[in-house]
Design a protein around this ligand. Structure first.
Ligand SMILES: Nc1ncnc2c1ncn2[C@@H]1O[C@H](COP(=O)(O)OP(=O)(O)O)[C@@H](O)[C@H]1O
Ligand SMILES: [Mg+2]
Length: 611
């Protein structure tokens, strides 16, 4: 569990550059927000700008009203008819303000939905486009997981940006009107607000650095929380009584975070109280100045009200602008993984002007001096391997666990590219072919094939999703894989939901799932069929039957299958023994038995266990 923590973020000397660099996340995030709904964003922007004018309009109308009243009282002539229009206008602005605020909320919720959907789809699409090899990298995997969470978790930031725009505009308008009256007032105000701003941003960055430092721990907390509630882990957690251990670990880690949080919050409380005192002093100094000017008769009482309000709101908004900004920077930090994820590029893709895969393969597939190692490992899983597969040939690949059989399959299917050497299809490097057209010619069922929590029909149709409506074809494939009988017994037959995740789903046994998965391979009209131990959960007799069928059905095609059972293996035209990343022996069953090599030894061992 501790492995993941060793990312560079644990470095406690989080540099300022690192902290500020998180702000770089803001523009690309804004781009994503914009993409997710330009109309909503635009409308929101306009509404906010309009809304930011309303407070000053209200203040100004109030000033006019008060001046009107004062004049009416001092001249004893009553108010003019225009006066009541002012009251009506103030009412209208107040109503407009309320409606606009709710309209902005409405737009925000629309935007939140759009954004979540847009980012989720973007993450799914991008994940699908990446090399499988990326998934082998724990750092990538971690990043993908976090990107998934971040995709939906950072709506607060978007709303903060909207609020920032509004606060900023209001602050500018209020300040401008104060300056128009007396520039000194703004100076006074700035002197009052500045310390608060410095304090605010200082603590924002401290908080930011703290969060940054805490990210690995929070990740661990997330993992523990997930683990404690996961279906996969439930069995072991119960049997090994691990849950109290997990809870303890969780408590210890979260206490650590809590202590750090409290310490910072306390410091912030003391410092910001003192600083806000300065702000308040600045405000009252300005206020006294305005009162003094009023008493001298230099300004009207209405103007006094206006300025008092403007000063109050300017100072409040300026403070808010900075704290919102600090909040955005803080949130932006958490988007690093999402954006880094979007920046990843696949390396396995079709070249421009790629060749279509040959519709009839003439020479077959050849591994020429192929070596391969997984990223992050120095071990050559395949070591200068030479291997061929001719059209119409059925080859069994055998070897002990970890000898690289599955890896070889992954290379043929171009889920990975060789580290050295070449794989040729009809004499041409696989990398020259168009990926899509290559995939079309290959039907493969992996050892760890998918059990889709979908209907039986969907499960089979995943082999060739265009055929999902063609029930006859699907049933035909199911008959070939011997899964038709399994499915026919289900209450809803082909429409039966499989798996336990959804209501009414029925789980199949391992062997039954394998037969269903096998139907996918038969659904494809591919020239190369590959089965990577897909029948390991079947008993020996069923496996034999499945492979007999397989051999009939693949007559004339290239077939590669991997199995540990010699009853199955001996059906192959040629048997290839893989050892230490090379072909150790190959030939037909009788030939290999007569060679008295590895194959003969393994065969003897298995035969002995049956005697
Ligand atoms: N994703 C991976 N990352 C690193 N090593 C891997 C990965 N997958 C397999 N290996 C290693 O490569 C070797 C061959 O694995 P594999 O091809 O699955 O063997 P087989 O199918 O013959 O049992 C094993 O030693 C295994 O540990
Ligand atoms: Mg394998």
């Amino acid at each position: 569990m501790s492995g993941r923590v060793t990312e560079k973020t644990t470095n406690s000397t989080t540099s300022w550059r690192q902290r500020i660099s998180a702000l770089r996340n803001v523009p690309p995030t804004l781009r994503i927000v914009w993409e997710s709904g330009p109309e909503v964003v635009l409308l929101g922007l306009i509404s906010r700008i309009v809304a930011s004018f309303l407070p000053i309009a209200l203040l100004w109308i109030t000033k006019l009203i008060i001046d009107g009243i004062v004049r009416a009282i001092s001249t004893r002539q009553g108010v003019s008819p225009r006066f009541w229009w002012l009251v009506a206008a103030e009412f209208a602005v107040a109503v407009g303000n309320g409606v606009l605020a709710r309209f902005i909320d409405y737009l925000d919720s629309l935007l939140a939905d759009n954004y979540t959907r847009h980012v989720s789809i973007k993450v799914m699409k991008h994940a699908a486009s990446l090399d499988l090899i990326a998934y082998e990298d724990p750092v990538f995997y971690d990043r993908l997981e976090r990107a998934r969470v971040q995709a939906t978790d950072r709506l607060g930031m978007i709303q903060s940006i909207g609020r920032l725009i509004q606060q900023f505009t209001t602050a500018v308008l209020m300040s401008a009107s104060i300056v128009a009256f007396s520039p000194w007032l703004l100076v006074l105000l700035a002197v009052g607000v500045l310390p608060a701003f410095v304090g605010e941003s200082h603590f924002a960055f401290l908080g930011y650095a703290k969060n940054f430092k805490q990210t690995p721990i929070r990740r661990q907390l997330d993992y523990l929380r997930l683990l404690a509630g996961s279906k996969e882990a439930a069995k072991e957690l119960k049997l090994f009584s691990l849950s109290s251990y997990l809870t303890q670990q969780f408590t210890a880690l979260s206490n650590q975070i809590y202590d750090e949080d409290v310490r910072l919050a306390r410091r912030k409380f003391v410092a910001s109280s003192l600083l806000s005192l300065l702000g308040t002093m600045g405000y009252y100094a300005a206020y006294v100045f305005v009162i003094w000017r009023t008493l001298l008769g230099a300004i009207t009482i209405g103007t006094l009200t206006f300025l008092a309000g403007a000063i109050l709101q300017a100072s409040a908004n300026i403070q808010q602008v900075f704290s919102t900004l600090a909040g955005i920077a803080d949130q932006a930090l958490f988007l690093t993984d999402l954006l880094a994820f979007f920046d990843m590029e696949p390396t396995i893709r079709s070249k421009p002007n790629a060749l279509p895969a040959p519709r009839t393969v003439r020479q077959g597939i050849e591994f020429r001096d192929v070596s391969f190692k997984y990223p992050g490992s120095e071990r050559l899983v395949l070591n200068h391997l030479n291997f061929f597969l001719h059209p119409g040939e059925r080859v069994a690949l055998i070897g002990e666990n970890g000898q690289g059989k599955t890896t070889l399959v992954k290379l043929i299917t171009r889920l990975y590219d060789p580290s050295e050497g070449q794989i040729l299809l009809d004499g041409i490097d696989l990398r020259e072919y168009d990926l899509e057209s290559l995939y079309r010619e290959i039907g493969v069922i992996f050892q760890d094939f998918m059990r889709y929590e979908m209907t039986a029909r969907q499960n089979i149709a995943t082999g060739q999703i265009e055929q999902i409506e063609d029930l006859d074809k699907l049933r035909n494939a199911a008959e070939k894989s011997r899964s038709h009988d399994v499915i026919a017994r289900l209450p809803l037959a082909y429409e039966q939901m499989l798996g336990r995740r959804f209501d009414g789903g029925i789980d199949l046994s391992g062997g039954e799932w394998q037969k269903v998965a096998l139907a996918r391979a038969y659904l494809r009209d591919a020239q190369l069929l590959i089965l990577d131990e897909p029948t390991a959960a079947l008993d020996a007799r069923s496996e034999f039957e499945v492979f007999q069928k397989f051999s009939e059905l693949t007559a004339g095609k290239m077939a590669l299958f991997i199995s540990h059972r010699f009853s199955t293996v001996r059906m192959a035209d040629r048997i290839v023994v893989l050892e230490n990343g090379r072909v150790a022996e190959q030939g037909s069953h009788p030939q290999l038995v007569n060679q008295h090599g590895r194959y003969a030894e393994m065969f003897e061992m298995q035969a002995a266990s049956y005697r």
